[in-house]
Design a protein around this ligand. Sequence first.
Ligand code: NDP
Length: 248
Amino acid sequence: MAEGIEGKVIVITGASSGLGAAAARLLAEGGAKLILGARRAERIDSLARDLSDGTAGEVIAVTTDVTDALQVRRLVDGAVSRFGRIDVMLNNAGVMPLSPLDRYKVDEWDRMIDVNIKGVLYGIAAALPHMQKQKSGHIINVASVAGHTWFPTGTVYCGTKWAVRAISEGVRQEVKPYDIRTTIISPGAVATELLDSITEADVLQATRKATSIAIPADSFARMVAFAISQPDDVDVNEILFRPTRQQG
Ligand code: NDP
C-alpha cells in the first residue's frame, strides 16, 4: 500500500471526521506527509498528534474554514512552506442539510453552495499555482452518488455534487499541459457524521432509515489510496462506489 504514497505531501480538507479522517489514517500509515484542515481545531489537532505518534508519516493540522478563500490558501501555502511541495489536494469538506425546496431553507442552500462548491474551487485555486510550477500534482474532489442522480429533499445537495463533477472534468482538461492528475470520488452511503447537518426532523429520520446500509469510512480511504498510488502516467479520473446493498 505504501508504494506511491510514501513521502507524498497531501492536503485534506474536512479531515476532522468521517471520510477525511479515515483517509488521513490510511495515508499516514502509508507514510504520507499530511496537512489536515477543518474548522474544529481540537479534532484535527488530536488526530494529527495520534497519527504523528503511531505512523511513519508527518502530520500537521491547520484550522481552516473552506468558505474563506484566504484560509484555504493559507492551508496549502503552509504545506508547501513546510514540506517544499504539494502532491495531492483532497477537496473533501462538505455538508448535506437535506430538505424539500418548499421549506425554503435558503441559508442551508447557501451553506451547501459555499462549502460544497466554492470550498472545492478555493482548494483548486490554492493548489493549482504550486502544481503548475512543479509540473505535477493530483487534485481529488469528493462528489457523491448524489452527483450522478437526483432525489426529493436532495435538490440543492445534488446540484452541488453535479457541480463538483462538472468543475473536476473542466480542471482535468485544462491542466493537461502540467501533468496534473484529477480524480472525482463519488461515494454512496458511508457511515459518518454527515447526516448531523440535516435540521428537518422528518427528513433526518427518513435519511437515517435509507442509509442504514452505510459502509465504514475506510472504504473511501482505500479508494483515495488507490487513485494516489497509481504510477504518475495513470490518471484515475472517476471512482463511483456504493454499499453492495444500496439501490439508488
Ligand atoms: P462528516 O460530516 O463526517 O465530515 C464533513 C467534514 O467537512 C468535517 O470534517 C467538517 O469539519 C468539514 N467541513 C464542513 N464544513 C466545513 C467548512 N466550512 N470548512 C472546513 N471544513 C468543513 O461527513 P463525510 O465525511 O461523510 O463528508 C465528507 C465528504 O463526503 C462531503 O463532501 C460529503 O458530501 C461527501 N459524501 C459523503 C457521503 C456519505 O455517505 N458519508 C456520500 C457521498 C459523499 P468541521 O466541521 O470541523 O469544519
